[in-house]
Design a protein around this ligand. Structure first.
Ligand code: PGA
Length: 225
């Protein structure tokens, strides 16, 4: 199994040409990566124009709706994403829960649909109670990739201490758990080597191609899981 390094571009960059440039820089920089799977999650609108097959990079989305199709103005279905070559979908990011009032019930419905279509969900949680609610009625689906993202660490430059993160990792009974929150090229390998995570979810640092490629290379240096 490879380590997973997921770039969450959030609502960035402002233009398609910048998005293509960023993607190409990462694609070129990461071309010899062996031990890590690099996933880039751009805003929806850039997905059709990003030629991921040219590189050693997988495509992800930052969210999706819980129905395949229908009268749901403004929503994007996971089926549409799949048809664009998307493999991974981030679900329940704390920013969506906070700014868009996304609930555990909604997250749960999204997870079920994403799994049923054969896409790989990356479920963001900040505590075990949330995880339990989000996976309700699914048994423990081992296919759900969990990302532990403590809110105080997201976008603050104040990452969670590795000891605390490791404790959380060991209490999540899933095969693949990522750490997210102020990850950079300096601290990336600690969460994997010391914290025993299977990968990372990277926000801010993924918008700087030099920094992100350096981070991916750090992870690639760690021997296989
Ligand atoms: P950050 O964001 O790396 O900028 O802290 C992580 C995330 O929100 O996924």
């Amino acid at each position: 199994m490879k380590y997973l390094v997921v770039a969450n571009w959030k609502c960035n960059p402002a233009t398609l040409s910048e998005a293509k440039k960023l993607f190409d820089s990462v694609g070129k920089g990461a071309k010899n990566i062996k031990n890590a799977e690099v996933v880039i999650c751009p805003p929806f609108v850039y997905l059709p124009d990003i030629r991921h097959t040219k590189y050693n990079i997988r495509l992800g989305a930052q969210d999706c709706f819980w129905e395949e199709k229908g009268a749901f103005t403004g929503e994007i279905s996971p089926k549409m994403l799949k048809n664009l070559g998307v493999e991974y979908v981030i679900i329940g990011h704390s920013e969506r829960r906070r700014y868009l009032n996304e609930t555990d019930k909604m997250v749960n419905k999204k997870l079920k649909l994403v799994l049923s279509l054969g896409l790989k969900p990356i479920l963001c949680i900040e505590n075990l109670n949330q995880l339990k609610k989000d996976l309700k009625g699914m048994g423990i689906s081992k296919k759900v990739i969990v990302a532990y993202e403590p809110v105080f660490a997201i976008g603050t430059g104040k990452p969670c201490g590795v000891v605390m993160a490791k404790k959380m990792r060991s209490s999540i009974n899933q095969p693949r758990v990522l750490y997210g929150g102020s990850v950079n090229s300096q601290n990336a390998k600690d969460y994997i080597k010391k914290g025993k995570f299977q990968g990372l979810l990277v926000g801010g640092a993924s918008l700087n191609p030099t920094e992100f490629v350096a981070l991916v290379k750090e992870v690639d240096l760690i021997s296989k899981i």
